[in-house]
Design a protein around this ligand. Structure first.
Ligand SMILES: Cc1cc2nc3c(=O)[nH]c(=O)nc-3n(C[C@H](O)[C@H](O)[C@H](O)COP(=O)(O)OP(=O)(O)OC[C@H]3O[C@@H](n4cnc5c(N)ncnc54)[C@H](O)[C@@H]3O)c2cc1C
Length: 301
């Protein structure tokens, strides 16, 4: 019996996927696009010219599945791992179980809703397509594979029609959100992307970074890289200033590491106040500029 695992070079989540693959019965084969270090029995290395193309990776995976006839295919629970496996599932017309934390024969436990819910599910297919929930499995050593073989996939123009053309680094405005000592974060209460100007001004004065809630990134007011929370960045600054944020569990999951939390909200009943060390009940559009003005005055500027 064979288990096939899709691995990416220098990727911790891929090593976690190998751990899941190893817990299943069978010899563990890996497929990587380009050379990778992975503790599998046999690593098939496919060379695909150019940048990442999801359909091309999936085509290679499907062709190797047809060659090896594995009982399960495991992918890392990364955006890319899930994307390639979903493409493969569509090509094979098979179900796929994403974010799996446990496998018992046909039954799996998997994370739903960003990890807030565990689902017991049954995979109705001979070939199980599973992605490993991030950080649900320990990382094995990034040791060399037992054997390396070259795999040459048969690709069409359609397989490479959609590919990454440019990678743009996150704009952090100087201080990275994850490392900032002060984070000035805004929620729906900020009202618009322009409304963040007063938060940016305060953050700059405090040499901090601007963060936000998911409502804000969903509305397109700020980039996803600014999102704090369960599905965003986890921050642990000395001071977290939450402006117009209600305090949903998923947001608090990202800022509960803050040493002190100052909440500014015009609703005295807002949940955020139960997490706050300091509370200001009022309109953030008045309070934030007032704090900035006081700071400037105190600094003599
Ligand atoms: C699986 C899943 C993952 C999620 N992940 C995340 C995540 O990573 N991060 C995240 O943030 N959310 C996440 N969410 C969404 C989360 O549940 C909330 O919907 C979201 O955090 C709410 O954002 P908010 O506080 O900005 O908006 P709201 O809940 O609408 O709160 C807005 C607040 O602003 C206040 N307000 C309005 N106007 C003013 C004003 N002028 N002055 C002062 N206060 C004002 C209001 O009183 C209110 O309390 C997730 C949800 C799910 C289901």
């Amino acid at each position: 019996m064979t288990v096939l695992v899709f691995v990416e070079p220098d990727d911790e989540l891929s090593l976690q996927a190998v751990t899941l693959a190893r817990s299943l019965d069978g010899e563990v084969h890996g497929l990587s696009i380009g050379p990778a270090q992975a503790p599998v029995d046999v690593l098939h290395v496919a060379e695909i010219e150019g940048t990442y193309a999801p359909a091309a990776s999936a085509a290679a995976l499907v062709q190797l599945i047809e060659q090896l006839a594995p009982t399960a295919v495991v992918a890392p629970g990364s955006d890319r791992g899930n994307e390639v496996l979903a493409h493969a599932a569509a090509r094979l017309d098979l179900p796929m179980a994403a974010n799996v934390t446990d496998v018992r024969g046909d039954d799996v436990t998997r994370q739903r809703w960003g990890g807030t819910l565990l689902e017991e599910a049954r995979v109705h297919a001979e070939l199980k397509l599973l992605s490993a929930a991030p950080f649900a499995f320990p990382v094995g050593s990034a040791s060399a594979p037992g054997r390396v073989e070259t795999f040459v996939p048969d690709l069409t123009g359609a397989d490479t029609a959609v590919r990454v053309v440019e990678t743009v680094g996150a704009s952090t405005g100087g201080v990275a959100l994850a490392d900032a000592k002060v984070v000035v974060s805004g929620g729906r209460g900020v009202g618009s992307s322009e409304g963040f100007a007063i938060l940016e001004e305060l953050a700059a004065l405090l040499e901090g970074a601007v963060g936000c809630s998911r409502v804000v990134t969903s509305a397109g007011w700020r980039p996803h890289t600014d999102q704090v929370g369960q599905t965003g960045t986890k921050v642990s600054p000395d001071l977290y200033i939450a402006c117009g944020i209600s305090g949903a569990t998923q947001h608090i999951a990202g800022c509960k590491g803050a040493k002190k939390l100052l909440a500014i909200n015009d609703d005295p009943e807002a949940t955020i106040f139960s997490h706050a060390d300091y509370a200001v009940i009022g309109n953030l559009h008045e309070i934030v500029p007032a704090i900035t003005a006081e700071l400037r005055k105190a600094r003599g500027g």
